[in-house]
Design a protein around this ligand. Structure first.
Ligand SMILES: *Cc1c(COP(=O)(O)O)cnc(C)c1O
Length: 433
């Protein structure tokens, strides 16, 4: 993450992003726990809004954090909910999002999942293939429903810049742009499910403003080409996302001060009518909206020297954060583990004086995989000390291996202005299906 430039927009982009990692933590606080602060969700939303051309819609991708109170706050700010599983659908409904404001995406949908969404009243979907078009049409017909879908597109060329490239190569995501242009009738749908627009999601987590703008430019160009190829109006062009956020490391949300101006002129040139919502332009974000709202609270369980190395065992591990990194499926994650600002240093309280410096940071699971870092800076700590991993509001608990080895789930606490709105714990129960 290189783009941590100071804020330079003239409006709400300048608003300081609140750092919940600085909020006081009462003594005796339960750990492990994820704490999410709504003030930070609101300021991240205001900031992202200033980077986007207007008018435009913004979807919140529940996969970053489907906690119903968080989803409800973002819905209240105007974000429709983008879901891609029955569990995320339930979370959106529990959050009070009306079914008409839920957008159901995903490259492989089971018939029963579509049925459940249709029965709940969802009418907006994304499809990724010719089969997806037919499958949705049949499901909608069974429910006597009329739905529209955005056709997800896999463009011919990849987007420039950093981040995970999702396009330009074989992928579960989207239908090939070339095929849509060559055989448009296959993708138009029928009586019960009709195309309503295009869904382009080309990249994720791009902190560099120019690279992100380039990826949106590519999406706009593809949308223009396909609008000419596809008969009939496309009401919505979802340009996707890619807005970056710090992940389990200290740092601020990146700024994109030139993005709105650049996209405004490209939209004027390529999709005239967008200013009158013809088509409606939409964007999507998960991590930008929620990463900075969350912190993971963990306690030190043990500290020892092992073959000359300081080893610190915490009560949170790869089951609660970075599980996929812990299993080496994605690049390793080295979370920052810091003292909450208000916690008196344990060495001051106890006279203990272990030096600060790198430590091997382990979780409590009985596997050597449960290691966040082999050698990473960590304050002097003793068992019982409370530590914090910042910026874990996105892809924290909900991208974890929480079921791993039967430990209880961390608490989830959502606060606003210091008031606890909800404090609860996911329970994993075995039940007959
Ligand atoms: C994952 C995903 C998002 C959210 O990505 P972030 O990097 O968290 O903003 C948005 N749209 C789609 C289609 C996704 O799959």
């Amino acid at each position: 993450m290189t783009d941590l430039a100071p804020h330079c927009g003239p409006t709400a982009g300048d608003a300081p992003v609140s750092h919940p990692s600085n909020a006081p933590i009462p003594p005796g606080t339960t750990t492990p726990a994820y704490h999410y602060d709504l003030a930070s969700v609101r300021s991240a939303h205001a900031r992202l809004r200033t980077w986007l051309p207007q008018p435009s819609e913004l979807y919140y991708s529940l996969k970053a954090n489907p906690h119903p109170v968080v989803v409800s706050a973002l819905y209240g700010l105007g974000c429709r909910a983008e879901v891609s599983s029955p569990g995320e659908l339930d979370a959106a409904l529990e959050a009070g999002v009306p079914p008409r404001d839920i957008f159901y995406t995903g490259p492989g949908k089971r018939d029963e999942d579509l049925g459940k969404a249709l029965a709940a009243g969802v009418r907006d979907f994304a499809v990724d293939s010719e089969h997806g078009v037919a499958q949705l049409g049949q499901a909608a017909a069974r429910h006597g429903a009329h739905v529209t879908y955005l056709l997800r597109v896999n463009p011919g060329g990849g987007s420039r810049g950093a981040g995970l490239r999702m396009t330009g190569s074989p992928s579960a995501f989207g239908a090939d742009a070339e095929d849509i242009a060559a055989r448009p009738q296959r993708y138009m749908g029928g009586e019960h499910a009709r195309i309503g627009g295009l869904h382009l999601y080309l990249a994720t987590n791009i902190a560099d403003e120019e690279a992100l703008a380039d990826s949106f430019s590519e999406a706009i160009g593809v949308a223009r080409a396909l609008r000419e190829a596809l008969p009939g109006p496309l009401h919505t062009i979802d340009l996707g996302g890619g807005f970056a956020a710090p992940y389990a490391r200290a740092g601020d949300l990146p700024a994109y001060p030139q993005l709105a101006d650049r996209l405004t002129s490209e939209l004027d040139a390529n999709l005239p009518g967008w200013r009158q919502n013809a088509p409606t332009i939409a964007f999507e974000s998960g991590r930008y909206l929620t990463a900075t709202c969350g912190r993971l609270l963990t306690r030190v369980l043990d500290v020892k020297k092992s073959h000359g190395q300081r080893v610190v065992v915490l009560d949170a591990g790869i089951n609660h954060l970075g599980g996929m990194a812990g299993l080496r499926r994605v690049p390793p994650l080295h979370p920052d583990v810091v003292r909450p600002d208000d916690t008196p240093a344990a060495d001051a309280a106890t006279g203990h004086s272990a030096p600060e410096g790198p430590a091997m940071i382990c979780g409590p699971l009985c596997t050597p995989l449960d290691t966040w870092a082999r050698s990473h800076p960590l304050p002097a700590v003793v068992p019982g000390d409370l530590l914090v991993v910042p910026n874990t509001g996105a892809y924290g608990l909900h991208a974890s291996l929480a079921l791993f080895l039967g430990h209880p789930a961390p608490l989830e606490v959502v606060t606003e202005s210091g008031v606890v709105l909800r404090s609860d714990r996911l329970a994993f129960v075995r039940r007959d299906d």
